[in-house]
Ligand binder design. Structure first.
Ligand SMILES: [Fe+2]
Length: 302
């Protein structure tokens, strides 16, 4: 039995034997959870000089829902202004340890846009196709200290479609534990979900990557999640309980009423503790394709 998720201490809400701590945490979480996407919005005047109140508003949303959507009061002029905005926001939210992603530019940002040549070609994020539910970096888990636990996704240009579904992974944990604590047990195993070794579209071989679905980021004590709804190139632990838990997650992501949906517009961005998200497909207007900047971190907004 895996009573405590990786990275968590015994006792507390993420210990399956501590039901009273779980109940207290759960009830407070559900009572505070935003019912509408508007509750996540934080207007900011200048992303390069976040005020104390603006910063506090983003942190407060992240406390309730592990995510905030910031809205810049004025559109940003050019590529450099957008890049500076994202990097400054990350620093101001004390996000300092950025993921070393293969497609990142020198400043750590990855451009999410249509790319049919170069290192990004062949990967779904760089197409206009829908992306299934996932957390970022699920294929790159190296223990709770070196997992992707936060990210900023900033929109420079939007398109017709490309909307994101958003669900705090703590809500997923609650729904699963309430249905059957055995789901949490199964999803907390160190080999719950494995991305098998594979030759990637860039021609490089990526080693197999195994890890739990739920774990705790040790620095903050907060729950984190590693997940993809993809059914190809993914192996669930070979036991009936893991398969039952994965099936329960699929059901929940199809009909959970607390799922929120938003389309990021230019100057808007998602600052989050790597919540569950998906993306609808999109079509690109004739002038200027959809462009988002993304940066991922190994520490979270707390
Ligand atoms: Fe993503």
């Amino acid at each position: 039995m895996q009573n405590v998720v990786e990275g968590a201490s015994a006792g507390g809400p993420f210990d399956l034997t501590d039901d009273s701590a779980y109940r207290r945490w759960r009830d407070a979480k559900l009572a505070a959870y935003p019912a509408r996407i508007e509750d996540l919005l934080v207007e900011i005047r200048d992303p390069e000089a976040l005020s104390g109140a603006e910063r506090a508003a983003i942190v407060e949303r992240c406390g309730r829902a592990n995510m905030a959507i910031y809205v810049c009061a004025r559109p940003l002029d050019d590529e450099e202004a957008n890049r500076r905005a994202v990097l400054a926001l990350g620093r101001r939210l004390d996000l300092t340890v950025a993921e070393d992603h293969r497609s990142r530019d020198n400043d750590g940002l990855v451009r999410i846009e249509l790319a049919d040549t170069g290192g990004r070609a062949g990967y779904i994020p760089y197409t206009n196709r829908p992306i299934a539910w996932h957390t970022d970096g699920y294929y790159n888990y190296h223990g709770p200290n070196r997992a992707v636990v936060a990210m900023i996704l900033h929109c420079a240009r939007d398109a017709d479609g490309g909307d994101n579904g958003l669900l705090d992974h703590e809500i997923a944990y609650i729904r699963l534990r309430d249905e059957d604590p055995g789901h949490i047990d199964a999803l907390s195993r160190a080999d719950a979900m494995t991305i098998p070794a594979n030759v990637e579209p860039d021609g490089k071989t990526r080693e197999a990557n195994a890890g739990p679905v739920f774990f705790v980021e040790p620095g903050s004590g907060r729950l984190a999640m590693r997940y993809t709804a993809r059914t190809r190139s993914i192996e669930w632990r070979d036991d009936p309980r893991a398969r039952a838990a994965a099936a329960a997650l699929t059901r929940l992501l199809a009909d959970e009423p607390l799922i929120l949906r938003a389309r990021l517009r230019p100057g808007m961005g998602l600052a989050c503790n790597n919540v569950l998200h998906d993306r609808t497909g999109f079509t690109t207007p004739a002038s200027g394709g959809r462009l988002l900047y993304r940066i991922r971190y190994h520490t979270l907004i707390a």
